[in-house]
Ligand binder design. Sequence first.
Ligand code: GAP
Length: 429
Amino acid sequence: MPEIQDKMEKLISLCKRRGYIFQSSEIYGGINSCYDYGPLGTELKRNLKNFWWKAMTRERDDIEGLDSSILMHPRIWEASGHVKNFTDPLIDCKKCKSRFKATDITEKKCPKCGGELTESRLFNLMFKTFMGPVEDSANIIYLRPETAQGIYVNFLNVQNSARRKIPFGIAQIGKAFRNEITPGNFTYRTREFEQMEMQYFVKPGTDMDVFNKWKEIRLNWHKSIGIKKENLRFHEHGPNELAHYAKCAFDIEYQFPFGWCEIEGIHNRTDFDLKAHMEFSGKKLSYFDEESKERFTPYIIETSVGCDRTLLVLLVDSYDEEGERVVLRLAPKLAPVKIAVFPLINKPELIETAQKLYADLRVDYNSFYDQSGAIGRRYRRQDEIGTPFCITVDNDTMAGETITIRERDSMKQDRIEISKVREYISKFF
Ligand code: GAP
């Protein structure tokens, strides 16, 4: 247990110290379960989203993109079942006022103070607010708890405008909000987070085949971002775990220091959502198949992964210590800083050449320039944030237009011509 806490504490401290992740509203004492991404975290998140987007849209010819609004018609959440079913059973302590998920409580007394507990009651996880100036029940509106519904209600808009035939998918990245009872484990469970979701529309009867294909595609994607395969596994939902919309569901789980936990859900949502929206909106969302001359309501296979959770996985999985050296072994294509450029010593001609190289590289690769301190310390600082390459300009550079390039994981150094730097690094990104 201390070891587990140790690793998470070290990581959280690194995140703050080096500008990956900060507690939100820190100068006001912080706000529970909300986080801000600093310069490095922002860059890493952007790289992660771009990587997902490329894999899910650009590299395929059957998926379109969408960016739907966070605030939507409140009837959408009645149709989707979230108003009725998106609840957790909640128990309060009458004495210390702590709140617990009923499923986490095994004894009759409060685990914190031993006080008396209330009966369990259902608590809806959606955040509510009001649309317009009048705060009455007619104006209640919800912050979306998943991005998926924005895709379902736009199914026909996308299908018609993009002239798509089934099967095809719609992908979206965006914020979601859940008033979680027990947020925690740093950014693992928060009340505001980003999802990267894809909904694949298929002919009923083909759904389980497509579902099984997506399971494998998604597991492979996690491996492709550098996550160690021994830390990934599937977990099949039993009948008591299935969400109200799902016929079959598998989670992809990651082995965090605090245990195996879900990072992505792959769901066979059947025609539940489209049928519900047809019923509640009175609009037809079925599909006419020109070839078979059949009309049907498509089934939906969903892949839904948390962006913040995956980012946490990347940090946990890549964190390593080698004696005094702390290294984030992030895959180069995701690392926030790709290249650091250093003049070995404070000599004007070395500085000038290093700055020129830095100015040239940073246009295409997020780069960092540093001329202060011992070279060993400069390398360590880059290892700690996961920079895959450090380039050093030294006296030999002046003699022969060459630099040394050091690779983070092996610490191996190659001497190459300045004109070959781009060619050398391009194969890693
Ligand atoms: N549209 C389906 C859906 O939302 P989910 O299993 O509830 O399914 C999908 O959520 C993913 O969203 C999760 O696997 C997780 O990565 C992320 N997620 C859900 N709740 C979260 C929270 N409170 N904090 C951070 N990420 C969360």
